[in-house]
Design a protein around this ligand. Structure first.
Ligand code: GLN
Length: 489
């Protein structure tokens, strides 16, 4: 056993576990030791329960010994963003208002991981209520990028991406409302999938913007992400927005990468505001697909790029203001002291419990939903959202997938954008349209900028066509070696 087993992919670890080269308990110990050694530099975890994790690993070892392995990920430690409920574990959403709250139940994603024998490892740091693009909005402290600790890991699932990139977890769950899986995956040089809306149950995912939220998967290889998506996806009667689509064998489908595809390249995604190093690297990836025999053609997505930000910050804040009304100081977590009556508890708790970004969004959302503003903001935004979706669906009549950058720049410096929320919001300009249209999107490491920071390309697919974007990502991955590039932390 080498001393860096925490850097192996889940696919490689399955073989090591099957052959008896390592046990799941040894693997869990290696991950725990790695986390204890470096997490003071990254702060990717809010909490973890060592004993519980080792217990699950021991159960997995016993199952394997008895020939009763439950899935390819049986025995693999997977971190969970602290917005997804795990029974008996803290569920903070990165907020003071949920400090001390323990979840009484499992999210469907978590119960499916249990049924697959995954080892549930650690509660991962995040922007408060998944609002942010840099992971600087957590009550539990900011997260740092393992490639350069003076830079942000991206957000809001920055902890998940930092943990996987640095060997503190083999894989992780995140949530993506406007880019929070793909953007940190790109900043940290790993793979991140935002499934189509309705593909993975939201039951037990604390809601930010319910019509946009999806649980996404982080891994170091496309194969790992495909395997976890296989386990998590599929209809769930506990989530009325989950869709009974026809599932594929996502791992087997990776082998179909040779099928010739038509790839659309929206020029608007390569225009003003895009960092030179990112542009060059993603264009090289597009060239790769062309040389590999796919048909590459330019397409137009002006509506999506021009209006997505405005629409998103109306729809997402409106939904957030309604969803976050439940945090009243009575039912969950934190309660302010010294309040004189119930209304006062509500005001004081929310005043002390929510951070500035969450308050900003609640105010904006309440404003756009107020009776005098509803028609001119919320209703209009919904109409433009439909136009954006239609513009994608029209393009998907003639292309199979789209390739774009994930982010306008590589990871930026900690503190660089905190004083200017608009600059921060622009970090998601290429990912937000995908959520608004309900599509699937994959972030694939495709190189490094001059400064040595990872660059990601985004592959966007039709709703419930994850198999196609995963196969395209796999084709790229197998002829480049980025999955074996690790930060020097
Ligand atoms: N950065 C975006 C926001 O702050 C997206 C967040 C997310 O996807 N959860 O809303």
């Amino acid at each position: 056993m080498d001393d860096k087993i925490f850097y192996r992919t889940a696919t490689a670890l399955e073989k090591s576990l099957d052959s008896g080269e390592i046990t799941s308990v040894e693997l869990a110990r290696a991950i725990i030791a790695r986390t204890k050694a470096i997490d003071n530099k990254l702060n990717a975890f809010i909490s973890f329960d060592e004993e519980k994790t080792l217990g699950e690993a021991a159960e997995s070892d016993a199952r394997r010994k008895a020939g009763k392995k439950l899935s390819p990920l049986d025995g693999i430690p997977i971190g969970i963003k602290d917005v997804i409920a795990e029974r008996g574990q803290p569920l903070t959403c990165g907020s003071k208002i949920l400090d001390g709250y323990v979840s009484p139940y499992d999210a469907t994603a978590v119960s499916r991981m249990r049924a697959a024998g995954c080892v549930l490892w650690g509660r991962i740091n995040m922007d408060e209520f998944a609002m942010g693009s840099s992971n600087e909005n957590s009550y539990y402290g900011k997260v740092c990028n393992p490639w350069d600790v003076t830079c942000v890991p991206g957000g809001s699932s920055g902890g998940s991406a930092a943990a996987v990139a640095s060997g503190e977890a083999i894989m992780a769950l995140g949530s993506d409302t406007g880019g929070s899986v793909r953007q940190p995956a790109a900043f940290c040089g790993i793979v991140g999938l935002k499934p189509s809306y309705g593909a993975v149950s939201r039951y037990g995912l604390v809601a930010f913007a319910s019509s946009l939220d999806q649980i996404g998967q982080f891994g170091r290889s496309i194969g790992d992400v495909a395997t976890l998506f296989q386990i998590l996806s599929g209809h769930d009667e506990k989530d009325s927005s989950s869709y009974p689509f026809e599932k594929k064998d996502y791992v087997a489908e990776l082998k179909n990468y040779r099928a010739v595809k038509t790839i659309g390249v929206p020029r608007e995604f390569f225009g003003n505001g895009l960092d030179h190093g990112v542009k060059r690297t993603v264009e090289k990836a597009v060239d790769f697909y062309e040389k590999a025999g796919h048909v590459v053609k330019e397409v137009e997505l002006t509506t999506a790029i021009e209006y997505a930000m405005a629409v998103y910050y109306i729809v997402a804040t409106a939904e957030a203001s309604a969803n976050l009304a439940r945090f009243d100081g009575i039912r969950y977590g934190y309660r302010a002291s010294g309040a004189k009556d119930a209304i006062d508890i509500y005001h004081k708790t929310r005043g002390e419990g929510f951070g500035p970004e969450v308050k900003r969004r609640i105010m904006l959302g309440t404003f756009v939903l107020s009776s005098e503003n509803f028609d001119s903001y919320y209703l209009r935004a919904q109409k433009v959202r439909t136009l954006i979706r239609n513009s994608f669906m029209k393009i998907f009549e003639s292309v199979d997938a789209l390739v774009t950058p994930v982010t306008p720049s590589t990871a930026f410096k900690i503190g660089e954008k905190t004083s200017d929320p608009l600059q921060m919001y622009l970090a998601d300009v290429y990912t937000i349209p995908v959520n608004l249209a309900g599509l699937c999107g994959l972030s694939v490491p495709c190189g490094f900028s001059e400064s040595g920071l990872p660059v990601g390309m985004q592959i966007i697919g039709k709703p419930f066509h994850e198999h196609e974007i995963l196969a395209l990502g796999y084709e790229f991955e197998r002829s480049h070696d980025f999955k074996n590039a690790h930060p020097l932390i």
